[in-house]
Structures are given as structure tokens and as C-alpha cells.
Design a protein around this ligand. Structure first.
Ligand code: GLY
Length: 361
């Protein structure tokens, strides 16, 4: 997205131009606020690296956080339709639900006992009809409303939307600190320059905890996820298995993902590649071909795996929208909407209590 000169002082600075930052900028501008979006490309950024899973039903969170995740998923069809209307971009999705496969009779039994409120058990024969490449499996839990979105296409569409938007300016500066005042908030860039606005939305992903001048610790740790892709799409659904998941996209199947605490190191390892190849073959033996691509991203993990969304208790003009852990793609559009509503004061109907930063003190 090309940089434009700032035409007027912004109302809001959004720090971070991953999916959450882009969604926040879009939601703020939709509410007629002038937005300065600050974000540079960084090695290891999570948004383009993700597989785009929309999977609130897998390992569901506690009640209020789960309701939020379901609402985030159910917002997607309309969000994508509106984005397509406004930008002309059509964003691919994998519909038809997620199949959580059981590869042994004992896992099948465990899954049948824990179906959750949307899960439906599919026995082995039915599964083989729906997905012939999984005919070795003992069955699967079908999560019919989950799926995946092409996150790379979504990023491109949001960037296009913001590029066309006269209320949004983007700069690719590297922020190193913030300076909090009661009515204005400043951002200090690494070249020493300072940008100011009435509001700051902190959407800096894995880097959200690294800024100087924060009023409190933002406990976000980068957790590396390596991914590979394999040629061909022997499965039509998103498949979740015991040691990885498969997402068909275009002519490839994406395979994810490792969980590694390696700080901000986004390097790729032969061990990571081997773990993912093995996971793919275990779930779907037809995926035995060579690795086409291998990449990684740094998840912004909080200690409880839930995002931080909402105002700082002492400096309410600082709004957190970070720490989306393993669900950044799922939660980005709804997080953006909540941030828009918080800044305009229109009120958020969903319960954001589980996402307060105070819980992590
Ligand atoms: N969102 C999938 C993962 O964290 O691997």
C-alpha cells in the first residue's frame, strides 16, 4: 500500500498493520474518524503467515470468550461480502465446516463424548464418502459452521480498501515508544520523530509488549508457528488432526503448525519441516509429495491465549487490540468493530471482560 502524506492531524493512531490493525483502521474510518496507520513489514509477522482458520469450536474458550469467538466467526460472511462490494476483491473461503479427525477407535470414543454444542459425529463410512482421502480414519467430529478464509487475500482487500479511503493515511515507520498524556498520545519513531493523536490503538501483534513508555506490562510472547504447503488438495474441508491441521487453498494444501518459544526468531528448521510433513501424512496419507513452500509466523500469545481488547484502565485513550494468540484471523474483524465502538463511545454489545488487560496483571 503506497504511503500518502498526512492531510490533517489524525484522530486515532493505529499502531500495527497486520489484520487486526487493518480491521481497526477500517472500522474507525467507517465511523468518520481520521486514522493514521503505522506499520512496517517485519520478518515473522503473523497475519500473512497464518492458515486463516475460523475455528472457534476447536478447543473452545470459557463462556464469554467463546461467545465472542462464535460471533467473530459468524460476522465473516457479511464482512467479506461488504469488502468485496467496496473493493471488487473476492476473498476465497473454505466452507462446509471443519472435520476434526479421529485416527483410532479410542480417540473416536473420546470425541463422541465431547461433541460440544455444534459438533456432529461422522462415522468412518460417512467420512470416507465426504473425504475419500480420509478413509483410514475412525470418524470425525464435524464443526459445520467453522472453516477458513484466505488471510492473504483478506489482507490485500483491506489494504486496498484503506488505500482508497481519504480518511486513512499509512506510514511505514518503526515505533519504539509512546508518550501518554491525558488528552493526547504521542508515538515516537526510531528516527526520533513524534506523531500525535487523541487516541492510540495498539495492534502491534507479537511486538505489542516491546514499546517504551507503556503504563503497564503487556505480557505478549512471540510463539513461532512453522507452516508448509504440499502440492494438491486431496481434501475439500479444513481438517484438524492430532498433531496438525490441513487447509486446502488454491492448488496447495497448507499444513500447520509448530508451537515454538524462540523469541523473535522466525527462522525455519529442518525439524519443523519434518514434524509438519509427518503430521500431514498421518492425517492424510495422500499428502506424501514434496514440500512446496515452508514459512513461519510469530503468534502474539498471551498467558491465557485470549486477546487483549479494551481501554487501558488508567489511560482510556489507549486502546489495546493485541495478543490474539492463535485466533488473530478469526477475531480481527470483530475486534476492529469493538475498537471502533469503544473510540466513538457507541457501546459494545459483546462482553469484553475476558479480554481486559487488568486480568494479566
Ligand atoms: N491458528 C492456528 C495456529 O495457531 O496454529
Amino acid at each position: 500500500m503506497p504511503q500518502r502524506a498526512t492531510v490533517s492531524p489524525p484522530d486515532v493512531i493505529v499502531l500495527g498493520a497486520g489484520l487486526v490493525g487493518l480491521a481497526c483502521a477500517a472500522a474507525l474510518s467507517e465511523r468518520s474518524l481520521r486514522v493514521l496507520l503505522i506499520g512496517e513489514s517485519r520478518a515473522g509477522e503473523a497475519s500473512p503467515a497464518a492458515a486463516g482458520m475460523l475455528a472457534p469450536s476447536l478447543e473452545p474458550a470459557a463462556a464469554a470468550a467463546h461467545r465472542f469467538a462464535l460471533a467473530a466467526r459468524d460476522k465473516y460472511p457479511e464482512y467479506l461480502a461488504r469488502l468485496a462490494e467496496r473493493t471488487g476483491s473476492s476473498i476465497a473461503t473454505v466452507r462446509g465446516g471443519i472435520l476434526q479427525v479421529a485416527l483410532s477407535e479410542s480417540s473416536a470414543e473420546t470425541q463422541r463424548r465431547a461433541l460440544g454444542h455444534e459438533g456432529v459425529w461422522i462415522h468412518a463410512g460417512e467420512l470416507a464418502l465426504a473425504e475419500p482421502a480420509l478413509s483410514h480414519a475412525a470418524g470425525a467430529t464435524h464443526h459445520p459452521r467453522d472453516g477458513a478464509v484466505d488471510n492473504v487475500g483478506l489482507i490485500a482487500a483491506l489494504e486496498r480498501l484503506l488505500e482508497l479511503d481519504p480518511l486513512v493515511t499509512r506510514t511505514r515507520g518503526h515505533a519504539v515508544g509512546i508518550a501518554l498524556g491525558l488528552s493526547r498520545i504521542g508515538i515516537i519513531l526510531d528516527d526520533g520523530s513524534r506523531l500525535e493523536a487523541d487516541w492510540l490503538v495498539l495492534a502491534a501483534g507479537a511486538w505489542a509488549g516491546t514499546l517504551d513508555g507503556m503504563p503497564r506490562a503487556v505480557p505478549i510472547e512471540p510463539v513461532r508457528g512453522q507452516m508448509i504447503s504440499l502440492a494438491g488438495t486431496p481434501v475439500r474441508h479444513v481438517i484438524y488432526g492430532p498433531s496438525g491441521y490441513l487447509v486446502p487453498r488454491g492448488r496447495e494444501t497448507l499444513v500447520g503448525a509448530t508451537m515454538e518459544r524462540a523469541g523473535f526468531d522466525s527462522s525455519l528448521t529442518p525439524e519443523g519441516r519434518a514434524i509438519l510433513s509427518d503430521a500431514a501424512r498421518e492425517i492424510c496419507p495422500a499428502l506424501a509429495g514434496p514440500v512446496v513452500r515452508h514459512w513461519s509466523g510469530l503468534r502474539p500469545m498471551t498467558p491465557d491465549g485470549q486477546p487483549i481488547i479494551g481501554p487501558d484502565p488508567e489511560f482510556p485513550r489507549l486502546i489495546y487490540a493485541c495478543g490474539h494468540s492463535r485466533h488473530g484471523v478469526l477475531l480481527a474483524p470483530l475486534s476492529g468493530d469493538c475498537v471502533g465502538a469503544l473510540v466513538t463511545g457507541e457501546g459494545v454489545t459483546l462482553d469484553l471482560t475476558p479480554f481486559r488487560i487488568e486480568r494479566l496483571a
